[in-house]
Design a protein around this ligand. Structure first.
Ligand SMILES: N[C@@H](CCC(=O)N[C@@H](CS)C(=O)NCC(=O)O)C(=O)O
Length: 211
């Protein structure tokens, strides 16, 4: 059976969400972050050399890296659901926004965390910080044009991006007052029953930033 190892308050919540969307039979194992470092505990780090969430196990396969994990589950068990096919007009959009989450936004969030730890405020720090600002502006613009990131339909590109707009803000606070399209989008995708089920299973009792 597919085993999803979920680290609390982490982007492995997107794997739980995908499994719920697809109606898969899976086993969920929960881990708390170290209360002091807020990093993964030793037993989570032992699952995969990367030492980061998400990690899944499926038979002999142990896989980390969020994009790889989501693509693996979609390819093995998705039956064509939640993806844009190569011949679909929005295929390039699907790919772009799918990879936008780990490739741009989460990298930018990590940079912001490091900058705040070292207290850097110089020009280089500002230029690096501008990356996430630019990313949020791009998301706001895109979501003013289409209801979902890949276009008219909800896809795995949306599953990839929600963490940055919600739980990720517990680590890097971000005010979306001036981003009405992002706020409406977050409510739209979080209203999905599978998303609600995933949040209740992955981080029970957690109130995550929505607006
Ligand atoms: N590029 C990796 C990044 C994974 C990552 O940094 N995960 C965070 C959770 S959001 C983590 O494991 N943090 C705890 C730690 O580093 O110990 C991916 O997309 O899976």
């Amino acid at each position: 059976m597919l085993i999803v190892h979920h680290l609390g308050l982490s982007q492995s919540d997107k794997v739980v969400w995908l499994c719920e969307e697809l109606g898969l039979d899976y086993e969920l194992r929960l881990y708390d972050r170290d209360p002091v470092t807020r990093l993964a505990p030793a037993e989570y780090k032992a699952l995969h050399p990367a030492g980061t969430a998400p990690v899944i196990q499926d038979g002999d396969v142990t896989l980390a890296e969020s994009g790889a994990v989501i693509e693996y589950i979609l390819a093995k068990y998705g039956k064509g659901r939640l993806v844009a096919a190569p011949d679909a007009p929005n295929f390039a959009d699907y790919l772009y926004w799918f990879h936008f989450a780990p490739g741009t936004m989460q990298a930018a969030m990590l940079v912001e965390i490091v900058l705040s730890i070292v207290g850097a405020t110089d020009g280089a720090a500002s230029a690096l910080k501008a990356r996430s600002e630019n990313g949020f502006r791009m998301l706001e613009e895109r979501l003013g044009q289409v209801p979902y990131l890949a276009g008219e339909e909800f896809t795995a590109a949306d599953i990839m991006n929600l963490f940055t707009l919600t739980t990720g803000r517990l680590f890097v606070p971000r005010d979306f007052t001036d981003f009405p399209n992002i706020r409406a989008y977050v409510r739209r995708v979080m209203d999905r029953p599978a998303c609600q089920r995933a949040l209740a299973k992955a981080d029970p009792g957690l109130t995550i930033p929505v607006d």
